[in-house]
Design a protein around this ligand. Structure first.
Ligand code: ADP
Length: 237
């Protein structure tokens, strides 16, 4: 098996506060992996360090064999991240936004792929609309599209369905599942256990910056059914 993401002994501090506490994690190529945990557990901090958006204080992270800080560009080319926040320039259209993102990766000839993502994410009739005129759900679709412009083998989604309507949730998951079947490694953070249960083959549970459980989804569910109260305690939301 090829490792898509290797996190070794990673610690991250904000001042004296330890947000990631000696995290070890290995995610294989082709996995659909969930990072679960209550609010404040360190999920976003961990994926930001994996994506090189935040630098770990110790330890090392590799994405498809590339060291995230020493080979930042190579690592970033192999990874697409869908952030929780909606980050965009309001004055560009959807298509322009995606072209600018391609330019960031040095790609100028992927118009056909951009059209395909636009169509697949139900954005075709909004392609020439300014970002500021889109609904929240549509903006979220563009965030997903942005993460895919360079066809990254690894795709990380941070709470992608939080606050999203049921229809978008379903079409988003259908698309992400297809990408996984096509060979992309998918990592998602969520605090919806049922979402992870429906989609993922393996999970890590984070609590107070530590990985407290790492299991196949099947084993995780059987452990959970033994202790429903444990499930409630770990996933208060
Ligand atoms: P999760 O994604 O699991 O909800 P986060 O990774 O966002 O958790 O946060 C983990 C902890 O780190 C929280 O206690 C949060 O307040 C803290 N934290 C996150 N980012 C910062 C920051 N930039 N400065 C200070 N504390 C932070």
């Amino acid at each position: 098996m090829t490792a898509a993401i290797v996190v070794q002994n990673v610690c991250k501090y904000f001042g004296a506060f330890c947000a990631l506490d000696h995290v070890h994690l290995e995610i294989q190529a082709g996995e659909f992996f969930a990072l679960l945990g209550p609010n404040g557990a360190g999920k976003t901090t961990l994926i930001h360090t994996i994506a090189g958006l935040s630098v770990a204080d110790s330890g090392s992270i590799h994405v498809m064999g590339n060291h995230v800080t020493k080979q930042y560009r190579q690592a970033r080319m192999r990874l697409g991240i869908v952030p929780q926040e909606l980050v965009f320039d309001p004055f560009f259209t959807v298509r322009e936004t995606l072209k600018i993102q391609s330019g960031y990766y040095g790609i100028s000839d992927n118009g056909a792929w951009i059209d395909e993502i636009i169509a697949r994410l139900g954005l075709a009739d909004k392609a020439d609309t300014n970002m500021r005129a889109l609904s929240g759900g549509m903006k979220r679709r563009v965030m997903v599209a942005q993460a895919l412009v360079h066809k990254p083998p690894v795709i990380i989604l941070d709470e992608p369905t939080a606050g999203v309507d049921v229809e978008l949730r379903q079409s988003l998951w259908d698309f992400i599942r297809e990408l996984n079947v096509a060979g992309h490694t998918i990592v998602l953070t969520t605090h919806y256990l049922e979402e992870a249960e429906a989609l993922c083959n393996r999970i890590a549970m984070l609590k107070q910056g530590k990985v407290i459980a790492l299991n196949s989804m099947q084993n995780f569910i059987s452990t959970m059914s033994v202790g429903y109260t444990l499930r409630l305690r770990l996933l208060p939301d």
